[in-house]
Write a protein that binds this ligand. Structure first.
Ligand code: FAD
Length: 464
C-alpha cells in the first residue's frame, strides 16, 4: 500500500492536468487510469482524433475546390482511408505519450487499472488499496443513448463518435442523429470524403444553445457543403443489419412517420457522466438527476476530501473546462485560491468555417431583459478572408448598452476558434467594446474582423 497526498481517478484533460498541477505544488500524487493510454476521451477518442480527421479532409476539400482557382493544377489527391486512419492514430500516440512523459517529469505515479473508493481516504486499484489525503474524481463521460428510442449500438453500422472515428471504410451514406457539435464535426468529415450525409435532429434548429444568427448561417454553409438536414424529427428506433441501418422517426409538426436508410448511423445526441464502479452511492456522494456529481465552489463533493471535476460534474462538457477545474482543484487542495470563471468559457466547432462563441447570446440577453447593442462585421469586408475564399461568415459582438462592457461574442468564419480568445481576454479584464476597437490589429489578419465588430458597436465599422 502506498500513501499519497492526492490520488486522481481518470487521466483525461481534467485528471491529468489536476495531477500535474498537484505535483508542481509539491503534493505527492498518483493518477489512476483504466485505459491502456493516458489522455482520456479527449486525446484517445475525442478532441484530438476528430481534429486530425477534420484537418486531413479540409486539405482534401481545399485541393478539390480551391487549388485550381489559385493556379495550382495537376494531380488531385485521392483518399487512402487506411493511411488517414494511421495518421490519426499517430497523432493520438504522440499526444498520449506526451502526457506519459509529463507524468514521469513531474514524478506522478500512474496506477494502472480501474479505481474505486472503498471509503474516504482510500482508493482501490485491482487488489491494492492506496491511501490518499485527497481524492479527485475525473472519470469523465460516455455517449448518451438516443432519448426515447430503441437503438442498439454495435460500433460498426450503428456507431457512437468512437466508432465513427474508426470506420472500416468511408460509407456511401451516413445518417447522423443529433445536430450538435460532435455530430456536425463528424458529419463534415464524411461529407468531405464523399459520403452522402443526412442529419436528423429533434429540435427545429441545429447546435442548441448557440446564437441564432450563427445557427442560421452555419446551417446554410453546411448545406452548401452537401449536408442534408431533417429538423423537428423524433427518432423512435434504428433497425440494423450487418451492412445497413434504417432510422425510423416521426416529424413533430404533423406526427407523420418516415424512414431513412444508410450504411452507417452515428448516434450523437450528447454525453452523460461516467461514474460506474467508483462506489459513489455507498460513500454517500450526492449526484444530480442527470448523474453529475454535485460539488461546492471548491469542487469538493458532499464527502470531505473527495473532489470532482470535468465531464463528471455539471457545466459544459469541454476539455478546457475540465483542465481549468483540474488546476483550480489542485490549488484549493494545496491551500491556494483556485479560480474558474464559468462566464468566460469559449465553445468551438472545428468545421470549416469554424464556429466559436463566448459569453451571452443575444437570446439570453433578451431573456434577461438587459439593454445591449450589437456590432456585426462580415468577413466579406476582411481582405485576408477574401484572399483565402473565406468571406462567408461574420463576427457578432454584444456589449452592454450603457457601459459598453463586452457581454458575448459569436463568430463563424476562418480561425474563429483562435479569434474568440481576444474576446475571452477582454471579458476577463472587464473590457468595453471600445477597448477592443481602440486596440491596433495587424493587417491583413482575420482578427481585424473582430476589431471591426467592436467598431460597429460604436460609431461604425470602416470596411462595411
Ligand atoms: P475524460 O476525458 O472522459 O477522461 C476520463 C478518464 O477517466 C477516461 O480515460 C477513463 O478511462 C478514466 N476513468 C473513468 N473511470 C475510471 C476509474 N474508475 N478508474 C480509472 N480510470 C477511470 N472538447 C473540447 O473542448 N474540444 C473538442 O474539440 C472536443 N471534441 C470532442 C470530440 C469528440 C468526438 C468527443 C467524444 C468529445 C469531444 N470533446 C471536446 C469533449 C472532451 O473530450 C471532454 O469534455 C473531455 O475529455 C472531458 O475531460 P475529463 O477529464 O472530464 O474526462
Amino acid at each position: 500500500m502506498a500513501s499519497y497526498d492526492v490520488i486522481v481517478i481518470g487521466a483525461g484533460p481534467g485528471g491529468y492536468v489536476a495531477a500535474i498541477r498537484c505535483a508542481q505544488l509539491g503534493l505527492k500524487t498518483a493518477c489512476v487510469e483504466g485505459r491502456e493510454t493516458l489522455g482520456g476521451t479527449c486525446l484517445n477518442i475525442g478532441c484530438i482524433p476528430s481534429k486530425a480527421l477534420l484537418h486531413a479532409t479540409h486539405q482534401l476539400h481545399e485541393a478539390e475546390h480551391n487549388f485550381a482557382r489559385m493556379g495550382l493544377k495537376g494531380k488531385s489527391p485521392s483518399v487512402d482511408w487506411k493511411q488517414m486512419q494511421a495518421y490519426k492514430d499517430d497523432v493520438i500516440g504522440q499526444n498520449t505519450k506526451g502526457v506519459e512523459f509529463l507524468f514521469k517529469k513531474n514524478k506522478i505515479d500512474w496506477l494502472k487499472g480501474w479505481g474505486s473508493i472503498p471509503e474516504a481516504g482510500k482508493v482501490k486499484v485491482g487488489d491494492e488499496v492506496h491511501e490518499a489525503k485527497n481524492i479527485i474524481i475525473a472519470s469523465g463521460s460516455e455517449p448518451s443513448p438516443v432519448p426515447g428510442a430503441d437503438v442498439t449500438v454495435d460500433e460498426k453500422v450503428v456507431v457512437t463518435s468512437e466508432g465513427a472515428l474508426a470506420l472500416g471504410k468511408v460509407p456511401k451514406k451516413m445518417i447522423v442523429i443529433g445536430a450538435g457539435v460532435i455530430g456536425l464535426e463528424m458529419g463534415s468529415v464524411y461529407a468531405r470524403l464523399g459520403s452522402e450525409v443526412e442529419v436528423i435532429e429533434f429540435l427545429d434548429h441545429i447546435t442548441p444553445g448557440m446564437d441564432s444568427d450563427v445557427q442560421k448561417q452555419f446551417k446554410k454553409l453546411l448545406e452548401k457543403q452537401g449536408l442534408k438536414f431533417t429538423l423537428g424529427a423524433a427518432v423512435s428506433s434504428v433497425e440494423a443489419t450487418k451492412t445497413k441501418a434504417k432510422v425510423n422517426y416521426k416529424l413533430r409538426k404533423d406526427d407523420s412517420e418516415a424512414t431513412a436508410e444508410a450504411d452507417v448511423v452515428l448516434c450523437a445526441t450528447g454525453r452523460r457522466p461516467f461514474t460506474d464502479g467508483l462506489g459513489l452511492s455507498d460513500l454517500g456522494i450526492e449526484t444530480t438527476k442527470g448523474g453529475q456529481i454535485k460539488v461546492g465552489d471548491d469542487w469538493q463533493t458532499s464527502v470531505k476530501g473527495i473532489y470532482a471535476i470535468g465531464d463528471a460534474i455539471e457545466g459544459p462538457m469541454l476539455a478546457h473546462k475540465a483542465e481549468d477545474e483540474g488546476m483550480a482543484t489542485a490549488e484549493v487542495i494545496a491551500g491556494k485560491h483556485g479560480h474558474v470563471n464559468y462566464g468566460v468559457i469559449p465553445g468551438v466547432i472545428y468545421t470549416h468555417p469554424e464556429v466559436a462563441s463566448v459569453g451571452k447570446t443575444e437570446e439570453q440577453l433578451k431573456e434577461e431583459g438587459r439593454a445591449y447593442k450589437v456590432g456585426k462585421f462580415s468577413f466579406m469586408g476582411n481582405g485576408r478572408a477574401k484572399a483565402v475564399f473565406a468571406g462567408d461568415g461574420f463576427v457578432k459582438l454584444l456589449a452592454d448598452k450603457e457601459t459598453d462592457r463586452v457581454l458575448g461574442c459569436h463568430i463563424i468564419g476562418p480561425a474563429a476558434g483562435d479569434l474568440i480568445h481576444e474576446i475571452c481576454v477582454a471579458m476577463e479584464f472587464g473590457a468595453s467594446a471600445e477597448d477592443v476597437a481602440l486596440t491596433c490589429h495587424a493587417h491583413p489578419t482575420f482578427s481585424e474582423a473582430v476589431r471591426e465588430a467592436a467598431l460597429a458597436c460604436g460609431d461604425g465599422a470602416i470596411h462595411m
